[in-house]
Unconditional design. Structure first.
Length: 319
């Protein structure tokens, strides 16, 4: 499926004037709540088990390599694929690369592709206002209020109702390939923990399979969850603002590094269409480096970036 820039922009921002309904039937809500609870707590149990096994079996470099490798590929599936490609249409690419990025992003255990895109488009459309699914605002002006706002933006929102289908991703639902990637979410999620376990088994036997599952699977999911959610929570609380936006988005250097460029969140809210979130030479954006690498290999094109005039105009509005 190909979208023109004009079509993709209108798809993303224009058709939502009022917040879409967030609702489930009681039974859907129950199963979704249980699934979220398992998705959030199992990785924490995995971190504890892995720590115990390091004490019992000792540390192995293979486990750290599996954690690093799986984190990098799966996180890029989320940042380059789910976010910059599918949500914002910051660049165009081939169907096979779309499929691979969609599958990798699904391994992050952050829900199926289309639901992820719908929630994130709502976040941009209603940033820090009524209709934003995970804004930390408004909150009471005291320590408890700040904590409650932070908790909601970080993880609390995931236990609530999700947008009714067809609210904000009509463009994605038109593609049979994207619908297939979306529907296969449980399979991709399983692959995300099976692959590191399999590599661990071939190198170190059954002990390697167990620690590979824990390090490349559950610890990697734990880190991916909390670093991604930090973009929603930390980056709407703490950091600098370089550009005028209607929300409270911030640029946060630490989240910028660990979230592969996504922590330059004020830049992103100012220019959501931009394939690069780092807009200064020192704002390291590994996800954009990968998009540039894909472009060098002729696997990405129509890369959208703000002009110098647009950047300067937004910067002036904040001073
Ligand atoms: Zn945001
Ligand atoms: Zn975004």
């Amino acid at each position: 499926m190909k979208l023109s820039c004009k079509e993709s922009q209108s798809t993303i921002t224009s058709y939502l004037n009022t917040p879409p309904q967030l609702k489930y039937s009681t039974s859907q809500f129950f199963f979704a709540w249980i699934a979220t609870f398992i998705g959030v707590t199992f990785p924490i149990i995995g971190v504890i088990l892995a720590a115990i096994l390091v004490w019992v079996w000792g540390f192995r470099w293979l486990d750290l390599e599996l954690l690093f490798g799986m984190y990098l590929f799966v996180m890029l599936g989320t940042t380059v694929g789910f976010h910059r490609l599918f949500t914002h249409r910051s660049f165009q690419t081939s169907r096979s690369i779309q499929f691979i990025l969609g599958a990798l992003g699904s391994m992050s255990f952050q829900g199926p592709l289309i639901q992820w895109v719908e929630l994130h488009r709502m976040h941009h459309q209603f940033s820090d206002r009524n209709g934003d699914p995970h804004s930390p605002y408004p909150h009471e002006n005291n320590i408890l209020g700040v904590f409650k706002g932070f908790w909601h933006a970080h993880i609390g929102w995931a236990f609530g109702p999700m947008p009714a289908s067809n609210c904000c991703a009509v463009d994605l639902r038109k593609s049979a390939m994207i619908r297939l990637v979306d529907r296969l979410f449980p399979f991709w999620a399983f692959l995300g923990v099976f692959i590191p376990a399999l590599i661990g088994y071939f190198v170190l036997g059954w002990q390697g399979a167990i620690t590979g599952f824990l390090w490349g699977g559950l610890i990697r999911i734990f880190l991916g969850h909390h670093i991604t959610w930090s973009v929603n929570s930390i980056c709407h609380f703490w950091g600098s603002r370089s550009y005028s936006t209607k929300d409270q988005s911030r640029n946060n250097f630490i989240v910028g590094i660990f979230a592969l460029g996504e922590g330059w969140h004020n830049n992103h809210h100012a220019f959501p269409f931009s394939a690069s979130h780092g807009l200064r030479w020192w704002q390291i954006d590994i996800s954009f480096l990968i998009i540039r690498f894909l472009a060098m290999c002729r696997l990405a094109w129509q890369i959208r970036l703000p002009s110098l005039e647009e950047i300067n105009a937004r910067a002036k509005q904040i001073t």
